[in-house]
Each structure stands twice: as structure tokens, then as C-alpha cells.
Design a protein around this ligand. Structure first.
Ligand SMILES: [Zn+2]
Length: 154
């Protein structure tokens, strides 16, 4: 089974980039540590953290990955490498806000929900079943691939 994560409150940018490449990463900045730990435990997620107090908690001791580096770019490189994640295999398959996997939605079904130009130029649309946000865009994907290659020194 694929590794799932729970990013601590200080790692929002890392969480977002991991979602961009399709990782299942819970992130809930309003949760306090105790609730975060319980949720990670119930959902079987590995806690990503750089909080030296948090990792002293009993369950967390054995269920965390300590993220080095103050900058999200270093953190991202470290996690991708440590878990052997292929950054392109599941690129943009997850809602960046909710962490839900996206599902294909027919073009005709989104006709009144996207600007006419987008409808005219895009063929493939995906939707988050939780928040209803729509995703599309070849150019967006190309830009993201270029950014990832730069980021990961590929
Ligand atoms: Zn969503």
C-alpha cells in the first residue's frame, strides 16, 4: 500500500507540493497536536514533522518522519527521495485543497461551470467530489512538470 502522510501545521507548503505530485497528505493547520496525533493514528498516516516536541509523544516516536531543512524546496526534495516517490506518475491527480483524488468529468457536464474560452480549448476536466472544484489544463501541467524538474534537479 502506498505511504500516506499527515503534515504538521508548519509544513503547509510541503503538504501542498506533495499533493501536487499526487501524494495522500492530510494537513489540518487548525488541529492541536493531540488531535493531529489521534487522526494520524486512526487513519494510519505517517506524521511529517520538524517539531522536536511532537516526536516525543509516545505513538509519534515510531510513526513520524523527521523533515530536515527550513525551506519547503529542501523538505520536498528530501521526502520525494526518502520515499522513492515518482513525481510524475500521479501528477495533478488530487485536489490541492481537500486532498481528495480527482475524478474525470465529462466536458458537457461542466459547460456552464467554466469560462467559454476554457470549454473551447480544453478537452479533459476533472472534479473534486468533496469541494466540487474543477481542474483542467495542458499548459498548467507542462508548467508544473518544468517546475518540478527544476526543483528536483532533473
Ligand atoms: Zn477539493
Amino acid at each position: 500500500m502506498e505511504q500516506t502522510f499527515f503534515a504538521d501545521t508548519m509544513l503547509g507548503k510541503l503538504a501542498r507540493w506533495l499533493r501536487i505530485i499526487g501524494c495522500d497528505v492530510a494537513y489540518a493547520p487548525t488541529l492541536d497536536d493531540a488531535h493531529l496525533v489521534v487522526r494520524a493514528q486512526v487513519e494510519g498516516r505517517l506524521i511529517l514533522t520538524r517539531d522536536t516536541l511532537l516526536i516525543r509523544r509516545r505513538w509519534v516516536r515510531e510513526h513520524h518522519y523527521f523533515v530536515e531543512g527550513d525551506h519547503w524546496r529542501d523538505q520536498f526534495r528530501q521526502v520525494v527521495s526518502a520515499f522513492g516517490i515518482d513525481p510524475f506518475q500521479q501528477l495533478l491527480t488530487r485536489c490541492l485543497e481537500c486532498n481528495e483524488p480527482l475524478r474525470d468529468v465529462a466536458r458537457v457536464a461542466v459547460a456552464d461551470r467554466v469560462p467559454p474560452y476554457v470549454l473551447g480549448t480544453q478537452e479533459r476536466f476533472e472534479e473534486c467530489s468533496t469541494c466540487g472544484r474543477l481542474y483542467w489544463g495542458g499548459t498548467h501541467r507542462e508548467r508544473m512538470v518544468a517546475e518540478l524538474e527544476k526543483l528536483l534537479g532533473m
